[in-house]
Design a binder for this molecule. Structure first.
Ligand code: DMJ
Length: 633
C-alpha cells in the first residue's frame, strides 16, 4: 500500500500512515474511517472557504473600468464611466453599524446556504413549492389586499393582427419574424435556461447584472415578442419552462433595475397579452424579493440586491457610493402595475417616495445628476446624461403620465421641466447641421452622443402631444432631427450599423473616435426611434431606414448559432463579441416587427412600452384610487 500524499492545506501536514498498519484488516477499517473523516473535514472547510470568498471578497468585475470587448456592457446603466472615482472611505459610527449589519446578514445568508446544501433535492423542491403556493394564496386572500378592477383590455393581438396589407411590407415583416425564430431556436438549442446565449461558442452566457443566477432571462424577455409575432409553440415552450423552473429563491446578487425592466416588465406583459396567471404570480414573487433593496436611510434603492438574503449594495464604480438615476428612476411603471394587480400599496409607495424626494432637491441648472447617494440623499458627481445612467429616468416620467391615462400631471410637469433644461444645456446643432444631445460634465458640455441616447428621438415624439405652450410641432421636429442624426451614425459606418458612441468635435460628425466606442451589441434604441417616428408621421423613410438595419444585422451579425454583436462597425471584416443579448429579442426585433406592421398592433392609445419594450396597458386611474396613494398626498 502506498503512503497517502501530504496535503498542502493551510500549510499543515497530515501525518503519514505507518506502512505496517495497512496489513492488518482491523487497522485498515479504522484507517478508512479516519481517512473519510479527514476528507469530509477538508471538503466542508473548502465549501466554507468558497462561500466565504463569495460573500466577503469584493467582486472585481464590478470595480474594473469598462474593458472594451471582453465584456461590453449589456446596458450602459451598469457601465462604469471612465472618469468615475469613489470617495475615500471615512468610517462613521453609523457606517460601522451598517457594516456590522451587512456582516451579520452575510453570516445568516452563509448559514442558510449551508443548510440548503444539506437538504435533499426533494426537500428543496418541496420548499420552493411551499413558497410558490404561499404567494399564490396571498394573492387570493379574502382579507388581504385586493387587486383593483380588471384592467379594461385593449384589443388583444394575434397572428393576423397588424398585417400591414401590402405584400412588400408583409414580406419584410416575415423576414423579421424568421430572424426572431432563428434567435429563439438557437437559444433553445444551445443556451436554454441560461440568461443569454453565446452564439459562436454555442453555449449559455450571463453577465454580472444577473449575478450568478440562471434565470432564463432570454425566455422571459422574449415571451411577448413571440406572442405578438404569433410564434405560439415557442411561447408555450417558454411558459412551460417558467412554470417548472423559474425560481427566485436563489443566492444571487442581481441588478434591481435590470431585473425589474426585463423580468417584471416581461412577465407582466406576457400576463396582459396571454391572460395566463402564472406570469402575474411570478412577477409578484420576484417583486417581493426586490423590496429589501429599498431599505436604505433615504428609501432610494440600492443598485443590487441579493435575492436570497435581501442584502443590497451599490456598484463599486459609481460616484461616492451612489445609486444611479436611470436605475432607481426606472421602476415606476412596473411598480404601479404591481400595486394595481395585488392591491398591495407597498410598490406604489416605494416609487412615489423616490419621486417626492427628488422633487425636493436642488438641481444644478435644472438638470438631474446621474448619481445620488442613498445614505445621505445628496447628489454625487454633477454629470447629466440622456444616454447611459440617465436615459430611462426621463422616459419613465413621460410614460407614468401616459400610463395613468394622462391623469398623473405631476409626472408630466416633472418631465416637461427636465426636458426644457436638457434642451437648454445639452442639445446642440453641429457645424454640419446635425442635432445632437451631448453630456453635461461638471459645467462642461461633452459633444458626444451614445447609441443609448438615440431612444430620445422616439421619446420627444411620444411626448409631443400634451407638451406645454402648444409645442407639439417643435417636439415632433426634434424627434425627427434626432432620428436623422442617429441614422447618420449608422450610415457613416462600413457595416451600416451604429457605433456605441459618436462625436461632434474637431470636424468629426456622428462617427466614433475611440476604438472602444466602435462596437454594436444588437442594441434597439435607433430602431425604437424609427418606429415611434413612423407611428406619428408615416414618413416612408423610417421604414426604409429600418429595413437597412434589418439587412445589416442579418448580413453581419447572423451566425449559425444565433445573432452576435460586432466589435468594430468601421471594419469590413469585423469580429464577433459572441453575445446574443436578451434585449435583441425583447426590443430590437419587436420594434422592427412593429415598424412593418399596421398601427392596429398595440396602438399607442392603449399600450405603453416599458424601457425594455414590454407593452403594459394604460390604467384608467381617473376614477380609481390606487392603494397607498391616500398617504402620499
Ligand atoms: C435595454 O436593456 C433597455 O432599453 C435599457 O433601458 C437600456 N439599454 C438596453 C438596450 O440597449
Amino acid at each position: 500500500m502506498t503512503t497517502p500524499a501530504l496535503l498542502p492545506l493551510s500549510g499543515r501536514r497530515i501525518p503519514t500512515l505507518s506502512p505496517g498498519a495497512a496489513s492488518f484488516p482491523h487497522h485498515r477499517a479504522t484507517l478508512r474511517l479516519s481517512e473519510k473523516f479527514i476528507l469530509l473535514l477538508i471538503l466542508s472547510a473548502f465549501i466554507t472557504l468558497c462561500f466565504g470568498a463569495f460573500f466577503f471578497l469584493p467582486d472585481n468585475s464590478k470595480h474594473k473600468l469598462a474593458v472594451p470587448f471582453s465584456s461590453p456592457p449589456a446596458s450602459a446603466h451598469s457601465r462604469p464611466p471612465a472618469a468615475a472615482h469613489s470617495s475615500p472611505p471615512c468610517v462613521s459610527e453609523e457606517e460601522e453599524s451598517l457594516r456590522d449589519k451587512i456582516r451579520a446578514d452575510h453570516e445568516r445568508a452563509l448559514q442558510e446556504a449551508k443548510e440548503k446544501l444539506r437538504k435533499s433535492k426533494e426537500e428543496l423542491k418541496a420548499e420552493i413549492q411551499t413558497e410558490k403556493t404561499k404567494v399564490a394564496e396571498d394573492l387570493k386572500k379574502k382579507d388581504g389586499p385586493k387587486p383593483l378592477p380588471p384592467v379594461s383590455m385593449p384589443k388583444l393581438v394575434g397572428v393576423n393582427n397588424g398585417d400591414p396589407g401590402d405584400p412588400d411590407t408583409k414580406e419584410k415583416r416575415d423576414k423579421i419574424r424568421e430572424m426572431m425564430k432563428h434567435a429563439w431556436d438557437s437559444y433553445r438549442q444551445y443556451g436554454w435556461g441560461h440568461n443569454e446565449l453565446k452564439p459562436i461558442a454555442k453555449k449559455g452566457h450571463s453577465t454580472n447584472i444577473f449575478g450568478n443566477s440562471q434565470m432564463g432571462a432570454t425566455i422571459v424577455d422574449a415571451l411577448d415578442t413571440l406572442y405578438i409575432m404569433g410564434l405560439h409553440d415557442e411561447f408555450k415552450d417558454g411558459q412551460e419552462w417558467i412554470e417548472q423552473n423559474l425560481d427566485f429563491s436563489v443566492n444571487a446578487e442581481v441588478s434591481v433595475f435590470e431585473v425589474n425592466i426585463r423580468f417584471i416588465g416581461g412577465l407582466l406583459a406576457a400576463y396582459y397579452l396571454s391572460g395566463q396567471e402564472v406570469f402575474k404570480v411570478k412577477a409578484v414573487q420576484l417583486a417581493e424579493k426586490l423590496l429589501p433593496a429599498f431599505n436604505t436611510p433615504t428609501g432610494i434603492p440600492w443598485a443590487m440586491v441579493n435575492l436570497k438574503s435581501g442584502v443590497g449594495r451599490n456598484w463599486g464604480w459609481a460616484s461616492a457610493g451612489s445609486s444611479i438615476l436611470a436605475e432607481f428612476g426606472t421602476l415606476h411603471m412596473e411598480f404601479v402595475h404591481l400595486t394595481y394587480q395585488t392591491g398591495n400599496p407597498a410598490y406604489y409607495q416605494k416609487v412615489m417616495h423616490i419621486r417626492k424626494l427628488l422633487a425636493k432637491m436642488d438641481r444644478p441648472n435644472g438638470l438631474y445628476p446621474n448619481y445620488l447617494n442613498p445614505r445621505t440623499g445628496r447628489w454625487g458627481q454633477h454629470h447629466t446624461s440622456v444616454g447611459g445612467l440617465g436615459d430611462s429616468f426621463y422616459e419613465y416620467l413621460l410614460k407614468a403620465w401616459l400610463m395613468s391615462d394622462k391623469t398623473d400631471s405631476e409626472a408630466r410637469k416633472t418631465y416637461d421641466d427636465a426636458i426644457e433644461a436638457i434642451e437648454r444645456h445639452l442639445i446642440r446643432k453641429s457645424n454640419g447641421g446635425l442635432t445632437f444631445i451631448g453630456e453635461w460634465k461638471n459645467g462642461h458640455l461633452e459633444r458626444k452622443m451614445g447609441h443609448l441616447t438615440c431612444f430620445a428621438g422616439g421619446m420627444f415624439a411620444l411626448g409631443a402631444d400634451g407638451s406645454p405652450d402648444d409645442k407639439a410641432g417643435h417636439y415632433l421636429q426634434l424627434g425627427a432631427e434626432i432620428a436623422h442624426t442617429c441614422h447618420e451614425s449608422y450610415d457613416r459606418t462600413v457595416l451600416k450599423l451604429g457605433p456605441e458612441a459618436f462625436k461632434f468635435d474637431s470636424g468629426l460628425e456622428a462617427v466614433a473616435v475611440r476604438q472602444n466606442e466602435k462596437y454594436y451589441i444588437l442594441r434597439p434604441e435607433v430602431i425604437e426611434t424609427y418606429w415611434y417616428m413612423w407611428r406619428f408621421t408615416h414618413d416612408p423613410k423610417y421604414r426604409q431606414w429600418g429595413w437597412e438595419a434589418v439587412q445589416a444585422i442579418d448580413k453581419y451579425c447572423r451566425v449559425s448559432g444565433g445573432f452576435s454583436g460586432v466589435k468594430d462597425v468601421y471594419s469590413s471584416n469585423p469580429t464577433y463579441d459572441d453575445v446574443q443579448q436578451s434585449f435583441f429579442l425583447a426590443e430590437t426585433l419587436k420594434y422592427l416587427y412593429l415598424l412593418f406592421s399596421s398601427d392596429e398592433l398595440l396602438p399607442l392609445e392603449n399600450w405603453v412600452f416599458n424601457t425594455e419594450a414590454h407593452p403594459l396597458p394604460v390604467l384608467h386611474l381617473g376614477n380609481i384610487t390606487l392603494p397607498g396613494s391616500e398617504t402620499q398626498r
